[in-house]
Ligand binder design. Structure first.
Ligand SMILES: Cc1ncc(C[n+]2csc(CCOP(=O)(O)OP(=O)(O)O)c2C)c(N)n1
Length: 808
């Protein structure tokens, strides 16, 4: 049986010529497989019963709700059939990504014809009963979704939210030299921002070390309700656009058969031959180092090709009307029923399936063998290929903390050093993806081991930039995020590091990927893949040098709002907690780990030993910061999650300790935000006893939070007396100003927190009013000071904790 162990063939002239000119027999096989696939596609959309049309079609055979997308499907399966023929003759490992993933029935049908569907879901047998089940389950309650979704064997790309097909394809082939990702781009999809930006993937690909992406721009002319831009452009403009991105454009157009089989086979052969030539040249050491002109196919076929031409006197095929279900209202409309039957019979199912309903030998001959079938490629079930990273000991990068809050360190710099050594130990399975900010995010130590990867021209002014680099910097959060998704879904590991505010650019990808992982959890056959790790630095609180555009902690909200167990949010307050959290994340599987910490010099709180213990619990009392002396009954709990606000809470506790010592405070720091909800709401949720040990069940909690305050209310919902949580957080205040002014403007400064503590404490010790007045005065003075001196007062800039913390 052929496997992915075998190397792909060399692109000899003979082989390419043979591929380019299929014999009549080969065309018959291609065409039979394609007809079978189209038949199964239409069957999935329409049929409840009578799958093999053994009796005349009756309205009782039609599904009550017709849900699915026909228009894109015949084009998708046409490409699939030809790619399978190529694989058979070349042993090329290929993965198929359908940009218009709404063509789900076509890819499900392909898997069924290739047997991998039955291998994965034995109840869907290769006979009439299995076909009936295949049809009934599609787009049905309790069945499968309409897209190329997680349950579809061979898929790493659902294609529900359009725009990401190329980013996934490029991520899949990085460090994957034997893989060709065939990526069908919808012409509607090509109008999206992410897709438009993703043509640039080839500017980052290294043919010696990476695999290849073969984009097929499918200009079927229309989207849901109108024409597409690229389909209506002069073809010369489309060509110029794509050539401008660096591709060699190969074009095929038509709907004539068998002519289209011949013409498409020819361009596909040419494209594959070119890819392999580029690779062999680069791998043979014969490469001039210039970015190759990779092939790209523009395929022009009618939308809804082979489907009903005219319905009710209106043109359907070749128009937007073919997008979903071209014949609706079939029940009670004999004319539509007749058209549907004619349409199904036009594929001559009796030639395609035997008496039992099994695909005929003619059809089966089109299938590659074993793992080379695109619906069975191990690359699409990347967890099966995942090798654990060889990781250094994170403790080796620790900051030496002998007492809390004495020294300021750029915490992410330590993480950069750890990443450097992960790169060093894992030269093929780990990458950092970052929109041009690796240095800015203080992760630049990685450049000691790897350059930035770049396939375009490099000049003498460039630093750490070369075609061999594996740090991926492109100024596109969509590309970075999507590449990492493709990289991890095919079994490798990495981080996406970005400015916090601009993580919202790709927030939708974070959500979509979470949904994918969530669904995959329910499928035993999908092995768990490395987690998607997102590091947010340059956070809202320390974007004081940037305008009112660089502050946006909203991704936290997105992640905690996702259903289920996939999302994780960590807010390490210093370097040692960051290292511990990062080690945990990079070892984990199938999560979306969001880690939020600023890159600026910041106070260090915990020794490595304490940090590890604190991170293992996820949240804990910092008894050295409060003064309740372990009583179960403090007057107020001061809680914090996030680096800057942790400093403000500890500073507030210090003020209270000094100026209102009778008030008994307890300080709680939360690193793992998802310890806050109840265990039934998230697997990290603390049990009730642990929650009460930290927050009691009756004392008010002043909670200083890194993100939007609503997030904490959402998380503690259902905890005892959740109303007692008074949350301060980012409330969309602050523009270019000083660091301390940011917390003042957002009413989360130490002075605000002291006043909150007094206002909500169970007792009001003597002197409380005076202290509140003092806080107001400090705030008034601050306002005057920053406007006059254009910086924070030195005592605030250099604030450290007094000696009592050690003694306490
Ligand atoms: C980002 C996004 N916006 C809108 C949609 C809704 N939508 C689903 S299909 C479709 C048209 C797709 O057209 P195209 O990419 O050309 O695919 P095809 O014509 O092959 O079906 C649209 C707008 C979507 N799925 N994703």
């Amino acid at each position: 049986m052929a496997t992915t162990e075998q190397a792909p063939a060399s692109p000899t002239a003979d082989l390419v010529d043979r591929l380019a000119h299929p014999s009549d027999d080969e065309v018959a096989v291609l065409d039979a497989w394609w007809r079978a696939n189209n038949y199964l596609t239409v069957g999935q959309i329409y049929l409840l019963d009578n799958p093999l049309l053994r009796e005349p079609l009756a309205s009782s055979h039609i599904k009550p709700r017709l849900l699915g997308h026909w228009g894109t499907s015949p084009g998708l399966s046409f490409v699939y059939a030809h790619a399978s023929r190529l694989i058979q003759q070349t042993n090329q490992q290929m993965i198929y990504l359908a940009g218009p993933g709404h063509g789900g029935p076509a890819l499900v049908a392909a898997s069924y014809l290739e047997d991998s569907y039955t291998e994965t879901y034995p109840a869907v047998t290769q006979d009439g009963a299995g076909m009936r089940r295949l049809f009934r389950q599609f787009s049905s309650p309790g069945g499968i979704p309409s897209h190329v979704s997680v349950p579809t064997p061979g898929s790493i790309h659902e294609g529900g939210e359009l725009g990401y097909v190329l980013v996934h394809a490029f991520g899949a082939v990085m460090d994957n030299p034997d893989l060709v990702a065939l990526a069908v781009v919808g012409d509607g999809e090509a109008e999206t921002g992410p897709l438009e930006g993703s043509w640039k993937g080839i500017s980052f690909l290294n043919p010696a070390r990476d695999g290849a992406v073969l984009p097929i721009l499918h200009l079927n002319g229309a989207k849901i309700a109108g024409p597409t831009v690229l389909a209506r452009k002069d073809p010369a403009e489309v060509r110029a656009l794509l050539e401008g991105h660096g591709y060699e454009v190969l074009e095929v157009e038509g709907d004539d058969l068998p002519g289209m089989h011949h013409r498409f086979a020819e361009v596909l052969a040419k494209a594959w031959g070119r890819i392999r030539e580029i690779q062999e040249e680069a791998r043979g050491g014969d490469w001039d180092g210039r970015r190759p002109r990779w092939p790209l196919i523009v395929l022009r076929t009618p939308k809804g090709w082979t489907g009903p031409d005219v319905v009710d006197g209106v043109q359907v095929s070749g128009t937007w009307r073919a997008h979903q279900v071209p014949l609706s209202g079939i029940k009670g409309n004999d004319d539509h029923l007749r058209i549907l039957e004619e349409w199904l019979r036009s594929y001559r199912p009796e030639e395609l399936f035997d008496d039992e309903g099994r695909p005929h030998e003619l059809v089966r001959r089109a299938n590659p063998e074993g793992d080379l079938r695109m619906s069975a490629t191990p690359h699409a079930n990347g967890g099966r290929l995942t090798v654990d990273l060889d990781l250094p000991d994170f403790r080796d990068y620790a900051v030496d903390v002998t007492a809390p809050a004495r020294e300021r360190v750029e915490s992410t710099r330590r993480l950069g050093e750890m990443m450097r050594d992960i790169y060093r130990r894992n030269p093929h399975t780990f990458r950092l993806f970052c929109p041009d900010e690796t240095n800015s995010n203080r992760l630049g130590a990685v450049f000691e081991v790897s350059d930035r990867g770049f396939a375009e021209r490099v000049t003498d002014d460039d630093v750490a930039l070369s075609r061999d680099g594996r740090v991926m910097e492109v100024l596109s959060e969509h590309n970075c995020h999507g590449w990492l998704e493709g990289y991890t879904l095919t079994g490798r590991h990495g981080w996406f590091a970005t400015y916090e505010a601009f993580a919202m650019v790709s927030a939708s990808q974070t959500i979509q990927h979470s949904k994918w992982l969530e669904e995959a959890e329910h499928l035993d056959w999908r092995a768990r893949v490395p987690s998607l790790n997102i590091l947010l630095t340059s956070t809202a609180w320390r974007n004081d040098h940037n305008g009112f555009s660089h502050q946006g902690p909203g991704l936290i909200q997105n992640v905690i709002t996702q259903r289920g167990s996939v999302g994780r949010v960590y807010l390490p307050p210093d370097a040692n907690t960051l290292l511990s959290v990062a080690d945990h994340c990079i070892r984990s599987r199938s999560y979306v780990n969001l880690v939020v910490i600023d890159k600026q010099p910041q106070l260090q709180w915990l020794s490595m030993e304490d940090a590890e213990a604190h991170c293992a619990r996820g949240a804990g009392i910092w008894d050295w910061a409060g003064n309740d002396d372990g009583t179960a009954d403090p007057d107020i709990v001061l809680a914090c999650a996030g680096d800057v606000v942790t400093m403000e809470i500890v500073a507030a506790a210090a003020i209270l300790r000094e100026r209102l010592p009778q008030l008994r405070t307890r300080v709680v720091n939360v690193v793992d935000l998802l310890t806050l909800p109840r265990p039934k709401d998230h697997p990290h949720g603390m049990d009730e006893t642990a929650f009460q040990e930290l927050f009691t069940d009756h004392v008010d909690v002043v909670f200083a939070f890194h993100g939007y305050p609503g997030a904490i209310h959402q998380l503690v919902h259902g905890r005892p007396d959740a109303d007692r949580f008074r949350v301060r957080g980012f409330i969309e205040e602050g523009t270019t100003t000083t660091p301390f002014d940011m917390v003042v403007r957002n009413r989360a400064s130490r002075y605000h927190l002291v006043m909150d503590a007094i206002n909500n404490a169970r007792r009001t010790p003597a002197g409380a009013s005076d202290l509140k007045a003092w806080c107001q005065q400090q705030l008034a003075e601050h306002q005057g000071y920053v406007v006059e001196h254009l910086q924070d007062p030195p005592d605030l800039q250099e604030w450290v904790l007094g000696d009592w913390a050690e003694e306490g």
